[in-house]
Design a protein around this ligand. Structure first.
Ligand code: FES
Ligand SMILES: [Fe+2]
Length: 323
């Protein structure tokens, strides 16, 4: 971008293009997306990032959170602030058995239920049921820790898939690429249904619209040479059959930002070079999308051509993930 010709003389002012490019980016400042944090399963850590007894502060779902691993090895995720006097449980909190014990006055919370089960002073009076931190159901699978987020704290309404290649010794251990992007889960997912942008953003032929199967929270699409499965707004599995599998996880940080993790695997016989090649290719692709995503808004009533009906179908499918 060059500086605009403000006075109409054809002259441009002092200052570098680089400085100009940085000012005010991302450009939309507020109310970009009219939807709340979606309900669904989301990656909150890789398995390797959480040892037994370890406590980590997190910020996802527009909440301050604490992730810890029990002495038995179960990951637990709860809201960060103690129901007593508000200490952050990850700042000095300790894992004891299944519990996390607050650093301030030692109240202990069971991470599975969120309930306080021990107040280590005061002579054993009954523990009020309000002495609780909000728990998030967790599952560990495919080398990642998943948490169920639901705005109304409802139970999971779809299951997480397994990715057999990630457990198969004939496929490489996963190669991780991760980034944060100023966008929302729904907007990122919409990109897959936006066929016209392939030509303009990615310089490739528009991918022909192919048959899509939709069942509740699940979707699948088969294109020649590329298959994609989608589970809610947090998880996609992409396959170049026999050559590459990657799973893509998109976790909302808040309503305007997401944390993306891509786990790539290829057959061991294809080698490290092939693994890096695919990871580089897909990362280069998303790098082209990022400036668009980070500076666009969500058009609630977009003007579309007939060929873009898939975008409307996608938006209708997304409605099931919002309270
Ligand atoms: S603030 Fe946590 S025990 Fe008092
Ligand atoms: Fe794209």
């Amino acid at each position: 971008m060059t500086k605009p010709d403000v006075d109409g003389t054809g002259a441009v002012g002092a200052g570098t293009d680089e400085a100009w490019d940085m000012v005010g980016m991302p450009m939309p400042r507020a109310d970009r997306f009219p939807f709340p944090i979606p309900n669904g399963w989301f990656v909150v850590a890789t398995s390797a990032e959480l040892h037994r007894g370890q406590v980590r502060p997190l910020h996802y779902f527009d909440r301050d959170l604490v992730l810890y691993r029990t002495e038995d090895g179960h990951p637990r995720l709860v809201d960060a602030y103690c129901a007593h006097l508000g200490a952050h449980l990850a700042v000095g909190g300790k894992v004891e058995g299944d519990c996390i014990r607050c650093p301030f006055h030692g109240w202990a919370y069971d991470g599975a239920t969120g309930q306080c089960i021990d107040i280590p002073y005061g002579g054993g009076e009954r523990i009020p049921s309000r002495a609780r931190v909000r728990p998030y159901p967790t599952v560990e699978r495919n080398g990642a820790v998943w948490a169920w987020h639901h705005l109304d704290e409802d139970e999971p309404f779809y299951d997480l898939p397994s990715v057999p290649e990630l457990e198969d010794p004939a496929w490489t251990p996963p190669h991780l690429r991760e980034f944060t992007i100023a966008t929302s889960c729904q907007e990122m997912a919409e990109n897959n249904h936006d066929f016209a942008h392939f030509q303009f953003v990615h310089g490739t032929d528009s991918i022909p619209e192919s048959e899509e199967r939709i069942e509740g929270a699940y979707k699948s699409v088969k294109n020649p040479g590329l298959e994609r499965e989608t589970f809610g707004l947090g998880l996609g599995i992409v396959r170049v059959p026999g050559a590459l599998t990657f799973f893509s996880s998109v976790t909302p940080i808040d309503s305007d930002n997401v944390h993306v993790r891509w786990f790539f695997t290829v057959p061991v016989e294809s080698g490290e070079e092939s693994l890096r090649f695919f990871a580089d290719q897909f990362t280069a692709g998303v790098t082209q999308d990022i400036p668009i995503w980070e500076n666009k808004i969500y058009q609630d009533r977009p003007v579309l051509t007939k060929s873009e009906a898939g975008i409307v179908a996608h938006r209708n499918w997304c409605k099931q993930f919002y309270s």
